[in-house]
Design a protein around this ligand. Structure first.
Ligand code: ADP
Length: 194
C-alpha cells in the first residue's frame, strides 16, 4: 500500500504519482529543478540538458540575456530539443535553510508559477520532479506535503487547459513519500482516489 502509485481528480484534471525518470516523460511539458543561472547543473537539471541537447541551453542563455537571473520561486518556458516532451518549464526551488526562511512559500510558488505558465501556453499535461529535495536539501517529507498541497490548491482555484499533472519521483522512498502525502492531502479535502 505504502508504495502504491496514487491518483486523484481535481476539476477534471488527473493528478498522480509515478516512480521514474523525468527526461523520459511524454507529457507536453516537463519541469526542470533549475538554479537561478539557468546554465545547467547536477541532478534533474543535468539530466534534462544531457537528454535534450544544446538547444535548451541556447534558449536559457537568451532568457538570461533578456531578463537576468531567474529568481527563486519563478518559472520560464523553453522548447525541449530532443526530449519527448515538447516544452521544458524551468523553475527554481528554495535552498533549505531550516524552514523559517520562507521555504514553503517559495516552493509553493515554484509549483504554482510552473502550472500558471503551462496554462498560459494552453498545455494539456505536465510532469514535475521533486523540486528542491536533492542538492537544495529540502526534507522530502516536508517537500511532499508542500508540493501536493500547492498543485491541488492551484487546480481547485481554476479550470485550465491542464488535464494531467504527474509527480515523477526518481527513487522508491521519495515516490512512497509523495504517494502518501497525496493520499493524505486528498483525504483532508474529501477527494476520491482513483
Ligand atoms: P534541487 O537542486 O532542486 O534540489 P535536484 O535535481 O538536485 O534538485 O534533485 C531533486 C530531486 O530529483 C531529487 O529527489 C533527485 O533524486 C531527483 N532526480 C534526480 N534526477 C532525476 C531524474 N532524471 N528524474 C526525476 N527525478 C530526478
Amino acid at each position: 500500500m505504502e508504495n502504491q502509485a496514487t491518483e486523484v481528480t481535481i476539476n477534471q484534471t488527473k493528478l498522480r504519482t509515478i516512480q521514474g525518470n523525468i527526461t523520459q516523460q511524454t507529457t507536453e511539458a516537463i519541469v526542470n529543478a533549475a538554479n537561478s543561472s539557468l546554465m545547467g547543473g547536477g541532478g534533474v537539471d543535468g539530466a534534462i540538458h544531457r537528454a535534450g541537447g544544446p538547444a535548451i541551453l541556447e534558449e536559457c542563455k537568451q532568457i538570461v540575456a533578456r531578463c537576468g537571473r531567474l529568481p527563486t520561486g519563478e518559472a520560464v518556458i523553453t522548447t525541449s530539443g530532443n526530449l519527448k516532451a515538447k516544452y521544458v518549464i524551468h523553475t527554481v526551488g528554495p535552498v533549505w535553510r531550516g524552514g523559517g526562511k520562507g521555504e514553503p512559500e517559495l516552493l509553493t510558488s515554484a509549483y504554482q508559477k510552473s502550472l500558471k505558465l503551462a496554462a498560459e501556453n494552453k498545455l494539456s499535461s505536465i510532469s514535475f520532479p521533486s523540486i528542491s529535495t536533492g542538492v537544495y536539501g529540502y526534507p522530502v517529507s516536508h517537500a511532499a506535503k508542500v508540493a501536493t498541497g500547492a498543485v491541488i490548491t492551484f487546480l481547485r482555484q481554476s479550470t485550465t487547459s491542464i488535464k494531467e499533472v504527474v509527480f515523477v519521483l526518481f527513487d522508491a522512498k521519495t515516490f512512497a513519500t509523495y504517494s502518501s502525502a497525496l493520499r493524505e492531502t486528498a483525504a483532508k479535502i474529501g477527494l476520491n482516489l482513483a
